[in-house]
Design a protein around this ligand. Structure first.
Ligand SMILES: C[S@@+](CC[C@H](N)C(=O)[O-])C[C@H]1O[C@@H](n2cnc3c(N)ncnc32)[C@H](O)[C@@H]1O
Length: 263
């Protein structure tokens, strides 16, 4: 197959094209080899026992990291500890918005990314189902969750976070029960230039594809019939799918648009 054809196949099958983001899965330590090989087969990437020059997913004793462009990124919920300790969780805008009287509230994060927003919801007490369609991001998140599960404080929170690798547009209308909350934080182009994200996430962005299906995502979220739908937007960004929220809560750089779906 020539290069053009292989890129077409990669795009059609949801895999990354070779030139967009050549990614190699690398293992360091024979005990991680089988896992690296399985991951490489899953994402359709080459696998190696030696580091190379380009972007790589590195499996070693530290866990799974994305390495390249002079940066290393590994999901790490320990970094979230200051945000949930000493009563600070209740200062989080998202937690304020997601407040509920339900005893066992359920949420669906339909655009999980590295799960930081889901983590806040789970720390508050939500049982969260996280959908992430990008297999590389899903693998990094799964690894971060595995490590969090072994931590005395993070463990019970991570236990309330249930990762599903897949497309939430298909999954949301088919949920067995309507969740109390659906949360959407799709990628928006403005964010790339806004400096809203830390340097570490710049590496993750090399993998992300723009969300070109905002209308479908919004319609799928509504079709799940949650009590509340919350959408994260850039402060001055357009509404998702042009839908007027019932109310919005604004921070310095972002806002949350809220819809009460089932009253
Ligand atoms: C901006 S990031 C979310 C960041 C996340 N809120 C956090 O706290 O880490 C958006 C993510 O949604 C994922 N995504 C976009 N559309 C999706 C869909 N239809 N189903 C599942 N994941 C999707 C992208 O792959 C990307 O990882």
């Amino acid at each position: 197959m020539d290069k053009t054809n292989s890129q077409t196949v990669a795009k059609e099958s949801g895999m990354r094209s070779e030139t967009e983001n050549a990614l190699t899965v690398v293992w360091e330590g024979e005990e991680y080899r089988a896992e690296a090989e399985a991951l490489a087969a899953h994402i359709g990437a080459p696998v190696s026992g030696t580091r190379g020059e380009g972007l790589m997913l590195l499996r070693n004793a530290d866990g799974l990291s994305l390495v390249g462009y002079g940066m290393t990124y590994r999901g790490d919920f320990e970094g979230m500890l200051p945000r949930i300790s000493g009563g600070r969780l209740f200062h989080e805008m998202l937690v304020h918005i997601a407040k509920t009287k339900e005893e066992h509230p359920t949420a669906v994060d339909a655009t999980a990314g590295m799960g930081e927003d889901s983590f806040l919801l789970a720390a508050y007490g939500y049982e969260v189902t996280l959908f992430e369609r990008d297999p590389v991001i899903a693998a990094l998140l799964a690894d971060a969750l595995r490590r969090a599960e072994r931590h005395p404080v993070l463990g019970p929170i991570a236990a309330r976070m249930h990762l599903v690798e897949g497309d939430s547009v298909a999954a949301l209308p088919a949920l067995p029960e309507p969740p109390d909350l659906v949360y959407l934080d799709p990628m928006f182009p403005e964010r790339k230039k806004s400096g809203l994200i830390g340097k570490k996430l710049q590496l993750i962005q090399k993998l992300e594809r723009p969300c070109g299906e905002e209308d479908a995502l919004f319609a799928a979220a509504m079709a799940a019939h949650p009590k509340k739908l919350v959408v994260k937007r850039p402060l001055k960004g357009p509404e998702l799918a042009g839908a007027k929220p019932e109310y919005s809560i604004k921070g310095k750089a972002i806002r949350y648009d809220c819809f009460r779906v089932v009253k």
